[in-house]
Design a protein around this ligand. Structure first.
Ligand SMILES: Cc1cc2nc3c(=O)[nH]c(=O)nc-3n(C[C@H](O)[C@H](O)[C@H](O)COP(=O)(O)OP(=O)(O)OC[C@H]3O[C@@H](n4cnc5c(N)ncnc54)[C@H](O)[C@@H]3O)c2cc1C
Length: 406
């Protein structure tokens, strides 16, 4: 008779993209050894959010490994190029200082724009099919026991977890209960997000236009639509939110000139306060943090979800390996390995976004000249551009190692 060890239990608080991707990957790696439960009051509720994210090629390969990519249809749009400019709105000629384009492998774009709501539906369905228990309720409390955490759900049920993961977003009640502090600050900016119908084709080009008040990003979507993230000081963003749709469309058009033709708003804009914050630790006893619960970065380079998916992959690998060796899922060494792998990249990304935002969100002429010169030099250095594109794609491994985003 063969001995089969008792199954361990992983509980994930938060069923956003990061929590669901983690759950699914752990089941793919260790379904015979680990039961997984995801708790989120939003599970099963149709998300109305028009939010989209740019997913780098490395993270897209991870979603493909999870089996959720192919079915997304027109919820994903390949990015053919990224144009970066900081010309002023009143400039007649608006030069683009840096153009990044190219494929990572034949037919594989370096990034895709993905709509969050259909991606979450796809992940939920795949999780259910893989035997993940989905509970449409929030985690109300968790207590550390000798070898586990006891979790109380808002519906009154209690669960025992060998490891609890907080993938519960920026406010992260799980992080707060563990008394893990966050280093960071408010940017004094809000990101206004809206979906647009464009008269002229965008050709899959993403645009990052650095304006003195903050960056303005346009992300191409299928059907000649686009999503914008317009970062502005809070008061300016509130002023834009209060405008009638036609007046707001006119202000957006003013940012682009008329190259995209007439612009129509397709949904009610939303605003998100922008802040940078890195959890002082990504781990505690029998606890790990992933995604926005662990780190929040400025959305100007579209890296928040990319970081979160890389966390999910690293944590799933660590947990799968521990289960395979018969070790407790929440053993100290496994958690420390995870933290070592993921905290430094998050800190580096937060610092880089901080620097970009400070460098570009000002209108002092010598600073403008220097940065435009710098961007122009990079634009004329093909070797350097190709390195930047591979970095933007989060590809550090060869194409035959599909799920290794940085
Ligand atoms: C304007 C803007 C634009 C962005 N653009 C990009 C981009 O282009 N590319 C990119 O990579 N990133 C982008 N990001 C960042 C990206 O949206 C986030 O990093 C990502 O959504 C984080 O996913 P998550 O699963 O960690 O958290 P969330 O999506 O916040 O999910 C957390 C989940 O936890 C649940 N929850 C909360 N409390 C509890 C509880 N007590 N119990 C159980 N569940 C709970 C919530 O209901 C929620 O479903 C952008 C962000 C903003 C604000």
């Amino acid at each position: 008779m063969t001995y089969s060890p008792p199954k361990q239990h992983l509980v994930i608080g938060g069923g956003g993209v990061v929590g669901l991707a983690l759950a699914l990957r752990v089941r793919q790696l260790a379904s015979a050894l680990v039961d997984v439960t995801v708790c989120d009051p939003g599970l099963g509720v149709a998300r109305k959010s028009g939010r989209v994210s740019t997913i780098a090629a490395g993270q897209r390969r991870f979603l493909q490994t999870l089996g959720v990519w192919e079915g997304l249809g027109d919820a994903v749009t390949p990015v053919s190029a990224m144009h970066i400019s900081d010309s002023r709105l009143e400039d007649v000629l608006r030069p683009v200082y840096l153009k990044l384009s190219g494929e990572i492998a034949p037919g594989e774009a370096f990034a895709h724009v993905v709509s969050e709501a259909p991606l979450i539906v796809s992940l939920q369905e795949a999780c259910a099919a893989a035997g993940v228990t989905l509970r449409a309720t929030s985690i109300a409390d968790d207590r550390l026991q000798a070898q586990s955490r006891t979790i109380t759900l808002a519906d009154g049920m209690t669960l025992r977890a060998d490891l609890l993961v907080g993938a519960d977003g920026r406010p992260s009640p799980i992080r707060a209960r563990a008394r893990i502090g966050v280093s960071g600050h408010d940017y004094g900016q809000s990101g206004l997000v809206a979906t647009l119908q464009l008269e002229r084709g965008h050709d899959g080009i993403a645009v990052q236009h650095f304006l003195p008040g903050g960056p303005f990003a346009l992300l191409p979507m299928a059907g000649n639509r686009a999503s914008i993230v317009w970062s502005q000081p809070h008061a300016a963003a509130q002023r834009l939110m209060a405008l009638e749709p036609d007046a707001l469309a006119a202000e957006i058009e003013a940012c682009f000139g008329h190259q995209l033709g007439a612009i129509t708003l397709l949904d009610r804009p939303q605003i998100f306060p922008l802040a940078v914050g890195i959890a002082r630790s990504f781990i505690a006893e029998r606890l790990a943090l992933a995604g926005d619960a662990a780190h929040g970065v400025h959305p100007l380079a579209g890296q928040g979800l990319n970081l979160g998916l890389a966390d999910a992959l690293a944590l799933a690998d660590a947990v799968g390996a521990a289960a395979g060796l018969g070790l407790p899922l929440g053993n100290r060494q496994t958690l420390e390995d995870y933290q070592r792998a993921r905290r430094a990249p998050a800190v580096a990304m937060a610092a880089a976004m901080e620097g970009f935002n400070a460098l570009f969100s000002n209108d002092i002429m010598p600073v403008r000249r220097l940065r435009d010169l710098g961007l122009g030099l990079v634009d004329r250095a093909p070797g350097l551009k190709s390195i930047i594109i591979r970095r933007a794609a989060n590809i550090t491994a060869p194409a035959d190692a599909p799920h290794r985003p940085a």
